[in-house]
Design a protein around this ligand. Structure first.
Ligand SMILES: C[S@@+](CC[C@H](N)C(=O)[O-])C[C@H]1O[C@@H](n2cnc3c(N)ncnc32)[C@H](O)[C@@H]1O
Length: 259
C-alpha cells in the first residue's frame, strides 16, 4: 500500500473534532439510544437476521451505538475504529448501558486480530475514508471464518455525482473542507479531510479478489438518515430536498460470504 500516513493523520484529526459533536447531536440522539439500546435501521436489520451468539466484528464503529445494538441483540461484538475519542466514548457507553462489548482502537487497514468472526459488518459512510479497497478486502477476509458473512450497507457511489464529484477513484484527489459535520451541531468546527470515491466495480473486485463471493446486492432510493439538505419522503425515508429527480440510488447493501 502507498504511504497514506499524512492522509490518515488529517482524517483522524477531523474525526477527533467531530466525535464530541456527534455524541451531543440530535442526529445520533444518544439519550434515546441509552434507553432503547438500539440504533440499527431496517435495511441492515433485515439482512443480518438472527445475530444471537454470533461473533461479530464491526469495522469503523464510531462511538459504538450500532456495535452495542448488535451486542444487545445477543451478538458477541467487537467494534474497531481509529479515533481514540470514539473508542473511549464507546467503552463509556457500554458501561453506562450495561451492555458488554469489546472496543479496539485501530486503523481498519492495519487490523490484524488473529481471530476469525462469523460476521464482519460495516455501514454508512465508512469506505470513503479508505484509500485502498484491496487492503480493506484483505482485512475483511482475514477476519472471517470460512463460510462467514460480510455485510456492508453504504452510501451509494452515485451520490458523489450529486455533490459534483467524480464517480471513479482518484488516488490523488484533493483535500476536502467542510464547516461542521453531517450531523446538527458543531457549526464552527472546521473539518479538513481526504475522501476517496469508490465505484461499485472497485468494491466488488476488492471482495472477489480476496475470496469473498457476492450473495446479495440491493439499491435503495432513500437514506434512513436525516442528513442536512434532505427531506422525509415517507416515515424514516429521506431524499435530497432540491433534486428534480427523486428516484435515485442513495444507499446500497451487499452481502458476501468467504469461500
Ligand atoms: C461515518 S462514521 C461511521 C458511521 C457509523 N455507521 C455510525 O453511524 O456510527 C465513519 C467512522 O470511520 C472511522 N474511520 C475513518 N477512517 C478510518 C480508518 N482508516 N480506520 C478506522 N476507522 C476509521 C471514523 O473515526 C468514524 O468513526
Amino acid at each position: 500500500m502507498s504511504d497514506f500516513s499524512q492522509h490518515f493523520k488529517k482524517n483522524l484529526q477531523s474525526w477527533e473534532n467531530r466525535t464530541p459533536v456527534h455524541i451531543e447531536s440530535r442526529f445520533y440522539d444518544n439519550e434515546k439510544f441509552k434507553s432503547t439500546k438500539y440504533s440499527l435501521n431496517d435495511i441492515e436489520r433485515s439482512i443480518l437476521q438472527d445475530v444471537s451468539n454470533k461473533s461479530m466484528l464491526h469495522l469503523q464503529c464510531h462511538f459504538g451505538q450500532d456495535t452495542l445494538s448488535l451486542a444487545n441483540l445477543g451478538a458477541i461484538a467487537t467494534g474497531v475504529d481509529f479515533s481514540p475519542s470514539a473508542i473511549k466514548a464507546a467503552k463509556e457507553l457500554s458501561d453506562e448501558i450495561n451492555v458488554p462489548c469489546r472496543f479496539l482502537e485501530s486503523n481498519v487497514l492495519e487490523l490484524n486480530l488473529d481471530e476469525e468472526f462469523d460476521i464482519v459488518f460495516s455501514s454508512y459512510g465508512a469506505i470513503g475514508w479508505l484509500p485502498d479497497l484491496n487492503k480493506w478486502g484483505e482485512v475483511i477476509a482475514k477476519h472471517l471464518k470460512k463460510g462467514g458473512t460480510f455485510l456492508l450497507v453504504e452510501i451509494h457511489p452515485f451520490v458523489s455525482l450529486f455533490e459534483g464529484q467524480d464517480y471513479f477513484f482518484d488516488k490523488d484527489m484533493n483535500i476536502e473542507k467542510e464547516k461542521g459535520s453531517y450531523t446538527d451541531g458543531g457549526e464552527n468546527i472546521d473539518s479538513e479531510f481526504y475522501w476517496w470515491n469508490h465505484s461499485l466495480t472497485e468494491i466488488f473486485v476488492a471482495l472477489e479478489s480476496n475470496g469473498l463471493k457476492l450473495q446479495s446486492f440491493e439499491e435503495y432510493n432513500y437514506t434512513p438518515y436525516h442528513v442536512k439538505g434532505m427531506v422525509e419522503r415517507e416515515p424514516g425515508k429521506y431524499v435530497l430536498k432540491d433534486r428534480k429527480q427523486q428516484n435515485l440510488p442513495y444507499i446500497f447493501s451487499l452481502k458476501a460470504t468467504k469461500k
